[in-house]
Design a protein around this ligand. Structure first.
Ligand code: ATP
Length: 327
């Protein structure tokens, strides 16, 4: 049951664009007029613009551009992913907080979201630029019942969900660079960092962290990534609803996660291949120690990249970083 403030908001949203009288709200929620006024004031301080006119009542004028839990869960088409939201204005990193929450055993599918990350992280400890209010910086906590050896492809599942949501809801033709960066016109729009806590044969928890650039203007990116990063705003020329994009992404995530549980990794991989911008291209692959140049031929059933080397032999790359080379 949502709190009274959320219920007042629900009534205003249902009544939109008409006024809803104070009396109707009092009766619907079984509270006094003073209580209603208090909740209206609380909503206003949270950024909701609400008009109050004597004898007419209250009218919602606008909703703030915030990732409030009520905004995310209202109309969210999932059964568990994102149904429990841990919302923060500012966090060091959503993955870090998600790890703490997972350690306390919060519900599977819980979402940790922040308007800003002070120390957002990419792979190998690299930093992730996550400015206030203009991206989706979030982590989803999952407890997959799977041997830890079979968990790594889940990061590719996250990429599939994000690419499909970006295409459908934001109208941006995102493609996936192996294993899980999302690119638009060869520029990065979304990074994914999946972290696993596991024992010998079981996963304790898995954190799917994502950083998706939504309403970041070109000039806002730091100079060192201005040429390599992009955002929905940069690609479409207009601001998009972060809530709508997140809701679609969470629904996609749940769809593919449930499918993976039922049918295994093959359907995810098929979809990943359709969205890939790596396969069928000449690439350079780096690991900590080595690097190879070759042709990105295919991905294996476990998600590793099959690289055809200039001599014709194949190299199976389990983890590494790919740079796309011009054909
Ligand atoms: P690469 O992007 O070179 O393949 P990677 O996949 O390991 O590396 P991540 O660890 O996912 O990259 O992301 C970190 C890198 O992404 C940073 O080193 C920086 O270059 C870049 N970056 C940081 N913030 C953003 C952002 N908001 N949008 C796009 N790129 C970013």
């Amino acid at each position: 049951m949502p709190c009274l403030k959320e219920q007042v908001l629900d009534l205003l949203k249902k009544g939109y664009p008409e006024f809803v009288s104070g009396e109707v709200i009092c009766r619907a929620l079984g509270v006094s007029r003073t209580a209603v006024w208090k909740h209206i004031q609380a909503l206003r301080s949270a950024g909701y613009d609400i008009e109050a006119v004597p004898h007419a009542g209250y009218r919602l004028i606008s909703v703030p551009d915030r990732l409030y839990p009520g905004e995310i869960t209202r109309g969210l088409n999932t059964s568990f992913i994102g149904q429990q939201v841990y919302y923060y204005d500012r966090l060091e990193s959503t993955n870090r907080t998600a790890r703490e929450l997972a350690g306390r055993g919060v519900a599977g599918g819980s979402l940790v979201v922040a308007e800003e990350q002070a120390g957002g992280r990419g792979r190998m400890g690299r930093s992730w630029f996550s400015p206030y209010g203009c991206g989706l910086w979030f982590s989803v906590i999952l407890y997959p019942e799977v041997n830890p050896l079979h968990a790594p492809p889940l990061t590719m599942l996250a990429a599939v969900a994000a690419a499909r949501a970006l295409r459908r809801t934001a109208g941006v033709k995102a493609g996936i660079k192996w294993p899980n960066d999302l690119l638009v016109n060869d520029k990065k729009i979304c990074g994914i960092l999946t972290e696993l806590s596991a024992e010998m044969e079981r996963v304790n928890y898995l954190i799917m962290g994502m950083g998706l650039n939504v309403n970041i203007a070109a000039h806002q990116f730091p100079p060192e990534i201005r040429e390599t990063a992009t955002s929905v705003l940069r690609e479409t020329g207009r601001r998009s609803s972060r809530v709508a994009l997140l809701q679609d992404l969470l629904a996609e995530l749940e769809y593919w996660y449930l499918r993976w549980q039922r049918e295994g990794f093959a359907p995810v991989l098929d979809c990943w291949k359709e969205l890939s911008v790596t396969l069928g291209r000449p690439v350079r692959v780096f690991t900590m120690k080595e690097s190879w140049e070759g042709w990105a031929e295919d991905v294996d059933t476990d998600g590793s990249l099959l690289l055809r080397l200039p001599g014709g032999e194949y190299k199976k790359v389990v983890s590494g970083e790919v740079s796309l080379r011009p054909g």
